[in-house]
Design a protein around this ligand. Structure first.
Ligand code: LMR
Length: 330
């Protein structure tokens, strides 16, 4: 009897130690992305790690994988759904297989500037897109800015006809594919990690991206011209696996939601400065020329690209297109 009680006691003690060590094991959160660390997204991921680990000491461990070092374009969404990574922040151009409506962000010239993009993201319609993929197991936690896109090429692009016949790298987006076809150029879908080499070897002659992505990938080493077109935006949706996020202990989830909100404010405050600094670095490198468009020339680019909207109106929804345009008025 006494023997049995002692055995039961040992059993109970080892169980409670097991419970303790289980409770002590921090929750592992892998955050993978494709860009360099000194970019808006790169900085945001690092700040998220810092604040999450400070506020939840011993409860979470955040590992950040920049530069496609864990998963690159193409594989990352699958990895998120399989639970191999817990946080991603793909550009809004990379969601077409999950929610067609998110293609709204790729429509050329739909937003006048990054402030309009921001207003739309904060509108009820913009916020609804964050939860639009939950049926597929993906939850959007926040929108992060990068900035407005500029064109790059090994030839000076002043007017739409200058792009004719050139090969442009595009993100995996049907809208962006059509955007370059509208210029009678040849789009090539390519992952971000392949951009530098694609330009260097002449597989493509040009591309579109933000100043911070150009500078951090050293695109100015392999492109002679940048046209300041501001014809679209590259922004991000920070996403997680719905089941993973909902399965977190409530206090952890609440704190991580707070951290994400704080980081979002910071990223969105600093994105513009980071892009300006990158633009200046490209100028200082002296390798390329920046083409400034006159208002008339920019209008020509708009006219050439805007017919793309009609092609995607059915997928995106006329109402959503209207809501996005309304965001141009503060
Ligand atoms: C690109 O592929 O050009 C961008 O989506 C990269 C990024 O994440 O900013």
């Amino acid at each position: 009897m006494l023997k049995l009680t002692a055995k039961a006691l040992v059993c109970a003690m080892s169980l409670s130690f097991a419970g303790l060590s289980q409770a002590e094991e921090p929750i592992s959160i892998k955050f993978a992305h494709v860009v360099a660390e000194h970019t808006p997204k790169g900085q945001g991921a690092l700040l998220f790690k810092k604040l999450a680990e400070e506020r939840l000491p011993g409860r979470v461990k955040v590992e950040v994988y920049p530069n496609s070092s864990l998963f690159g374009d193409g594989k990352e969404m699958e990895a998120l759904l399989l639970g191999d990574v817990q946080l991603l922040a793909p550009s809004l151009a990379k969601f077409e297989h999950y929610a067609k409506q998110i293609q709204i962000f790729d429509l050329p010239f739909i937003f006048d500037d990054i402030h309009a993009v921001d207003r739309f993201q904060q509108s009820p319609q913009g916020k609804a897109l964050l939860t639009s993929m939950e049926g597929k197991g993906i939850t959007g936690l926040a929108y992060w800015h990068n900035g407005m896109k500029q064109l790059s090429s090994n030839k000076a692009l002043h007017e739409p006809k200058d792009a004719r016949g050139l090969k442009f790298r595009v993100q995996a987006s049907a809208v962006l594919d059509e955007q370059f076809k509208a210029l009678r150029a040849a789009p090539r879908k390519m992952s971000f990690a392949e951009v530098y080499q694609g330009l260097q070897t002449g597989v493509v002659n040009g591309t579109e991206n933000t100043w911070s992505n150009y500078e951090s990938q050293k695109v100015h080493e392999v492109q002679k011209f940048f046209t300041e077109s501001d014809h679209g935006a590259i922004d991000y949706m920070v996403i997680t696996n719905t089941k993973f996020w909902n399965g977190l202990p409530e206090d952890v989830r609440t704190e991580l939601d707070k951290v994400m909100a704080e980081v979002t404010v910071e990223v969105n405050k600093q994105a513009d400065d980071l892009n300006r600094a990158s633009r200046q670095k490209i100028i200082d490198a002296g390798t390329s020329e920046i083409v400034t468009l006159t208002p008339e020339q920019r209008e020509e680019w708009r006219k050439a690209m805007q017919p793309v909207w009609k092609k995607f109106e059915k997928d995106i929804g006329a109402d959503l297109i209207e809501a996005a345009q309304a965001a141009n008025t503060p």
